[in-house]
Ligand binder design. Structure first.
Ligand SMILES: NC(=O)c1ccc[n+]([C@@H]2O[C@H](COP(=O)([O-])OP(=O)(O)OC[C@H]3O[C@@H](n4cnc5c(N)ncnc54)[C@H](O)[C@@H]3O)[C@@H](O)[C@H]2O)c1
Length: 351
């Protein structure tokens, strides 16, 4: 389909984050073009839902970000770009590093080049990852009950800031981290208003969590299906988790102010007030479902951080943004949403 005039382009727009962002933009009266090759199992359902709920303001382009001609067509007439399309799993990147590189890094540079050709520079927001900081081996940790905690009081209270040295690890970390740096450099050297979000764990509706990515939704889906869960490592790994509605809010705030914020990386997550270990999520599921899912333990995964919590104060100072969804309420609302869409969600997993 040809791109509508004056649209907001979302690459990977049929994915979990993309669907929530597209839906919000359409509700706000914006025209949205979703470009996606539907590589992720389950996302075709997101696209059907988006189409059914968006009317004429939504256009779709089923295409691969590695296809330069498709990128050229998509950016023509774009007012802004949210670049979300990616190979998203560390595990897959270890099995197929070249494919991971082509989708995550090479295609991002091609997209930046297509934006550079436009007469008027348009903002680009790139969804990077906390993995750019590596496994954080220098952060002193102590095991307290069901979780790892930082022994450094400042880190415990504030989290990891953008001053943390980059330390790419695993092909996924390298490809996303490389793209993160290119995106920032195109602001520095070519004057493009680009912004990078280094995101911790995001959760919420329309997430097709699997064992490889999206653990909050994955654990809930497994529990609802009465299936066992495999925990890699000791399960005490801690992440700050952010509900997707809060993420979308942060995206809109920065996008509206992209000229001023150009060239800035922001750590984005639920912060120290919204942290969760895998074992704590399992306990929460037990509370919600009345029984705990069966759990098996396996070897810790390559590059896994035992503790990661985002310091979001730079984003707060720049835009006034703060996460508003409390982790407990957020997990409960995702549980309710999955229960509501259970027959469809479970049937899709069975396929
Ligand atoms: N969800 C998280 O917790 C999280 C955390 C950190 C970073 N991120 C990043 O945020 C972005 C969105 O993540 P998500 O959770 O929505 O993932 P997702 O897998 O749900 O969405 C990604 C979308 O990209 C599409 N896609 C994959 N390869 C493509 C290609 N070659 N061409 C076109 N489309 C392609 C997929 O079909 C999918 O719809 C990704 O860049 C991811 O790396 C996500």
């Amino acid at each position: 389909m040809s791109a509508p005039r004056r649209h907001l382009l979302i690459t990977g727009g049929a994915g979990f984050v993309g669907t929530n962002l597209a839906s919000r933009l359409v509700q706000d009266g914006r025209r949205v073009l979703v470009l996606d090759n539907l590589a992720r199992p389950g996302v075709e359902r997101n696209l059907r839902w988006l189409k059914a709920n968006s009317g004429a303001r939504l256009s779709t382009q089923i295409a691969d970000v590695r296809d330069r001609a498709a990128l050229r067509e998509a950016v023509r007439g774009a007012e802004a770009v949210f670049h979300l399309a990616a190979q998203v799993a560390v595990t897959t990147s270890l099995e197929a590093p070249l494919a991971d590189f082509a989708v995550n890094l090479q295609a991002t540079v091609m997209l930046l080049e297509e934006l550079r050709r436009l007469r008027r520079p348009v903002p680009l927001l790139y969804t990077s990852t906390n993995k750019v900081y590596g496994a954080l081996p220098d952060v002193p940790l102590a095991r307290i009950g069901d979780r790892w905690e930082s022994e450094d009081r400042r880190l415990r209270e504030h989290g990891i800031s953008e001053r943390q040295p980059l330390d790419f690890s695993t092909p996924y970390g390298c490809s996303k981290g490389g793209a993160d740096q290119y995106v920032l450099d195109y602001a520095r050297h070519f004057g493009l208003p680009t912004i990078v979000f280094r995101m911790s764990c995001i959760y919420g509706p329309h997430q097709h969590g699997t064992e490889d990515q999206g653990w909050v939704a994955h654990f809930l889906l497994r529990a609802l299906a009465g299936e066992p869960v495999t925990v890699y490592g000791d399960g005490a790994q801690v992440r700050d988790v952010l509900h997707v509605t809060d993420l979308v809010d942060a995206m809109l705030r920065t996008h509206e102010d992209a000229e001023r914020l150009a060239g800035t990386p922001f750590n984005v997550g639920g912060g120290p007030r919204n942290t969760l270990s895998l074992l704590e999520l399992l306990r929460k599921i037990e509370e919600l479902e009345g029984e705990a899912p069966e759990v098996g333990f396996a070897k810790e995964r390559a590059g896994d951080q035992r503790w990661y919590v985002s310091d979001t104060s730079r984003l707060n100072r720049a835009t006034g943004w703060k996460p508003v969804t409390d982790v407990r309420e957020g997990v409960e609302s995702l549980h309710d949403w999955l229960v509501g869409s259970r027959p469809r969600a479970l049937a899709a997993r069975a396929r």
